[in-house]
Design a protein around this ligand. Sequence first.
Ligand SMILES: [Zn+2]
Length: 566
Amino acid sequence: MCQIVVVLDPNSRTTVFYIEEILAHAGISYDLIHARDLGHQIDLCTVIILIGDLHFDQSDRNKIEEYVKSGGTAIWLNSDPTLSEIFGVKLTEEIEEGYLIELETSSTITSGLQSSLHVFGGTKFHATTGTPLAKLVDIQYQPAGDAIVENRYGKGYTIALAADLIGSIVLIQQGIPVTQDGQPAPDGSASIDDDILKTEDGFVLNWKWDRTPIVPSTQPVFLEPITDELRELIVKAILRCFEVKSQSTPILWYYPRGLKSIAMMSHDSDHNDQQLAWSLLNVTDQLNIKTTWCIIYPGGYIPEFYQKLQDWDYEIALHFDALTKKTYTNWTQDDFNYQHQWLIQEAGIPTLKSNKNHYTRWENRLEFFHWCQAKGIEVDQSKGPSKHGTIGFPFGGSHPWYPIDDNGKRINVLEINMLTQDLVITCPVFYGRGLIDSVSRHYGIAHFLFHPAHIEKPNVRDAVIDVVEYAHLQGMEWWTSEQIGDWEQKRRQIRIIHQRHDRFTITSPISVGSVTFIFLIPDTINDFSIQIDGRLIDWKPISIYGCNFAEIIIDIAANQEIKVQL
Ligand SMILES: [Zn+2]
């Protein structure tokens, strides 16, 4: 039995199931149960999370009420309206689109967030007995009630989150189907109506409310990763419940060796000029970083170059061309498959793990992810800006994300959003540092694109050096997209199982080295200790999400249970 139980109705809207992806990426272990089974198990939980279209009968409602009254904690995410009294709110109506504003800075849940917290759909409410921690406004910024309400009910503690946070994360990440040009920015900063269908044409964020400039520039960009913060709200609501209960729980951290964030550099080989390729490779080699080379059809690099990339542990990925619209370069699955096979032969590599689309081309919504999945491409990097005004996080996050299919299942292609194209060429060099700062604050991945075609232009080489060195100063390592995808796949195999009270086991079917775990230390605990397989171990105090944690780094052998006692 887990400490955290997520209660779902299998007949809910499919985006509701994205909670599994959000918690899995956050490294939080949970049990998923059907509403009808909650009654049997409720007393064993530390926190229950009620999500989506749930409709409890009277007897189950009574059990939930008893559970909270006797000291349980619960989180309400756009769920059964008949439970509103327990959560200290009164539901009003649906909201189409809005923002979470006026966040209470003294609360664990709402401190440290600075994006526009743009949300789509879900329920409005206002606090009755509960305490509001944030307000909700509609798309015109008119008051629409409270957004986050915490409540004491009997001996228990509850949190209600208005609007459909999970659906909002999915919509911002995946966008709407790309079938025509998007609306350009009214200030002329992003003319995405360029007759080329691309990822930006499906984006749903707001030109006015979701952008801020990178100082000292005055031109707005998507500087704050909104979906990172919407995810964080859910994670921090869970952490708050543990604080209230004076309990801890192991969280599988995003990266190994205690790394707090990662950087990635990709290169699109447009024009395939050999001299410029050597020139760029020379720069990254001197900086001692490994990067991802996305190669465009019909190629042109000599075999020695591909060999050098492989010998030096650089990644070779596909740069799918559906822009040229000549033979084999159209937006069709056949042409994608053709180019995939072509590159494997051209570069002399056994498999391809990753892709970025030339000019961030995109059509429809999910079909391209399916094409990738069918070919075993595990990482895509196409979601990102092609214009100055869409630089940053137009798809919401600095965290890599798996898409959810319309049937509620995960599509096994990790999207690593790209933050900007070439510094100097598309934006000033200092944008690099501003974007890295945003990523650092959210423990995400800073993905920069530099084309070899621009490397010999004035100041570009220095820009590459500056962004690499600045990321290093923030403690980031530079990884290839394959390394990022492989790590995410690996860490998803690790299981944390709650045994009882303060005992856990950690297992994995494969061996994984230098895994980072963090344990919340509630303020009320002053003699926190961690035993691994019966031995007390040293831990490092760190602050994450505004809370105190103990960090440990361990190696996990395949199929060997690690016993953790707090
Ligand atoms: Zn390109």
